[in-house]
Design a protein around this ligand. Structure first.
Ligand code: ASP
Length: 335
């Protein structure tokens, strides 16, 4: 097959233009710009699918992840790789979600965007898009990746670290897959076992999960009302290696109640780097005893989307707990 890439354009700053209400996506604009830009045409043949409507990524969620997944699934055999053009705000969530949904993926799905719109002077869009196209064409890293400003990262390890730097993303707990300077230097392309067939797990809408960030002085009593049988999962962003305050005995009965309701409590760390280790300190031991699971060094984005994925597969509570602590797509390092 001649090398050909499918570009899925969902929206984001990259293709926005100035309006009286601030930057907003403009239908057809970016697609037109890319089609008439010779450099994009020199890389390889490509087709582009534009979302209607184009979205600021704050508005992207399960429905759009399913739509991106559907395009990749249906066109999988027609292309060498895929580029997803996306806003930066929720890009790491989409990258994480797709990494779980696309089971057996053996082609690159490169998500990218820009901090400065294509239409502006000094835009980072052209470089990011051109390089993403090359990465998808060359198909060396054959997994869901996020490419931004010279760094190719594993999608489910990436996180947005800056709202104004051109280096908007980092992969704090996993080495970059490639660094892009004059050459593209692949660093960590693993030969993970892949099946020869792609499957798509469509995510269910409205899976009731929550993220709670622990802070000094938190009053756990306030959360009692939301801890009902309806809540299926909580990502608890704890201090350091998974620690929570032990004052007033407020938390543990709540966690116990959640666990008795079959709510999964998945513990992440608030730190950018490092891993959860439940039981290292007395302040995390109680979580462990109450039945919480460790997300190890997973990002909160990976933890949230992994919960969506596991619930969508219809697994039992015990199965979901076990899978949360298992490395499925290179999203965590077991300690
Ligand atoms: N709000 C924009 C978005 O996420 C920001 C960006 O693309 O950089 O769609």
């Amino acid at each position: 097959m001649d090398k050909k890439v499918c570009i899925i354009y969902t929206g984001g700053t990259v293709g926005m233009t100035k309006t009286e209400f601030g930057y907003a996506p403009k239908r057809g604009y970016l697609t037109e710009m890319l089609k008439k830009d010779n450099e994009f045409n020199r890389v390889c043949a490509w087709d582009i699918e534009e979302f209607d409507p184009l979205l600021d990524s704050s508005n992207i969620g399960v429905e759009q992840w399913n739509e991106i997944g559907r395009v990749v699934y249906e066109k999988y055999n027609d292309y060498s790789g895929f580029v997803v053009i996306h806003g930066t705000d929720t890009m790491a969530y989409t990258a994480s979600a797709l990494s779980f949904m696309l089971e057996g993926l053996d082609k690159p799905v490169i998500i990218t965007g820009s901090q400065i719109p294509f239409c502006e002077v000094r835009s980072d869009a052209r470089d990011n898009l051109l390089t993403a196209l090359i990465l998808a064409r060359d198909a060396v890293a054959r997994e869901v990746c996020l490419y931004f400003n010279g760094k190719l990262m594993r999608g489910n390890r990436s996180t947005k670290i800056s709202s104004d730097s051109l280096t908007a993303f980092d992969s704090p707990n996993f080495k970059d897959l490639a660094n892009v300077g004059i050459d593209i230097n692949y660093e960590t392309v693993e030969d993970r076992e892949k099946s020869d067939k792609l499957d798509l797990v469509t995510l269910k809408n409205n899976i009731p999960i929550a993220v709670i960030k622990i802070f000094p002085g938190i009053s756990f009593k306030l959360f009692e009302n939301i801890l009902t049988e309806e809540l299926k999962g909580i990502v608890l962003e704890a201090f350091g290696s998974g620690n929570v305050p032990g004052y007033d005995d407020g938390l543990i009965p709540l966690i116990q109640k959640a666990v008795n309701n079959d709510t999964i409590i998945a513990v992440c760390t608030q730190c950018l780097k490092g891993s959860v280790s439940l039981g290292t300190y007395a302040t995390s031991n109680a979580l462990k005893k109450a039945g919480a699971v460790s997300c190890y060094d997973m990002t909160a984005e990976a933890a949230v989307t992994k919960l969506y994925y596991l619930f969508s597969k219809g697994l039992s509570t015990d199965e979901i707990k076990a899978e949360m602590e298992t490395d499925l797509r290179g999203e965590l390092t077991l300690k």
